[in-house]
Design a protein around this ligand. Structure first.
Ligand SMILES: [Zn+2]
Length: 112
């Protein structure tokens, strides 16, 4: 498309001085607990494994309400980094969700 090229050329890049182009927002190193930084936009939940906290060892696949907290609207399993679930429990959770799907308690991911 020639139009695209032209538009890009004519629009002189007016990038102000932005040293960090937002490539790596991930903080490194240990985070100070209870810092003043209030960047938690989407995280209301503490980043601790819910199941460890509540000492749930085997995840009840029949507990739809529980499982739904870890399933997105389309039926996708929410990644660990968002839920804060530890690896062990994420695995069990995944299994539980799949089991729940199989007995039709939870929907499969919709592909439409
Ligand atoms: Zn855990």
């Amino acid at each position: 498309m020639p139009e695209e090229t032209q538009a890009k050329t004519s629009a002189t890049t007016d990038t102000p001085s932005s040293p960090a182009s937002g490539q790596s927002p991930a903080p490194r190193g240990p985070r100070p607990a209870g810092g003043p930084g209030g960047r938690g936009k989407f995280f209301r939940r503490k980043k601790v494994c819910k199941f460890c906290t509540e000492k749930i060892d085997a995840i009840p696949y029949r507990d739809v309400r529980l499982l739904q907290q870890f399933v997105a609207e389309r039926g996708k399993i929410v990644p660990r980094r968002l839920t804060g679930v530890c690896t062990t429990h994420q695995r069990r959770l995944t299994r539980a969700i799949k089991q729940a799907r199989n007995i039709a308690l939870l929907p499969f991911a919709t592909h439409h």
